[in-house]
Design a protein around this ligand. Sequence first.
Ligand SMILES: [Zn+2]
Length: 163
Amino acid sequence: MQPQCPHCRQDFVQRARRRGLVDYLLSFAYLYPFRCQLCARRFKAMQWGIRYSKKPVDRRENVRIQIGLPVTISAAHTSEKGMVKDLSVRGCRVKTQGHFAEGALVQLQVQVAENAPSIAVDAAVVRSSRSGFIGMEFLRLRKDEMDRLSQFVRSLLIASRQS
Ligand SMILES: [Zn+2]
């Protein structure tokens, strides 16, 4: 049974890694950390009687949904086009010809629909950069943009559940 996120009351959650001794001890009382896939918050939930023997399967704690969305990546002196290949509320992976070093701060404009304004990520950090793909973690989005991103990810998660 999937626990619900206490913040947005949805059950699109993924088990998160235990952090430190407290999390470890709490897991003996069946209290486990989870990560909401819609609002990105971390929370603990009781999973009575369930013993997770292994570490969470997905190291990222976030379901990355395969897609193809046009994106513009902007840094201080450059702006490049690319294609978002997978996306979560906390980050994305982009295929691009542009060169962005690991650790670089960028801004993103993700075109989620043909006739809707793109979603703006005010700050993201490049976590990996190799062979035409860059992995990014979102650091800052305005609240309304985060809400739109969350809605969009939710629709993708619902669609992937039904397929
Ligand atoms: Zn939530």
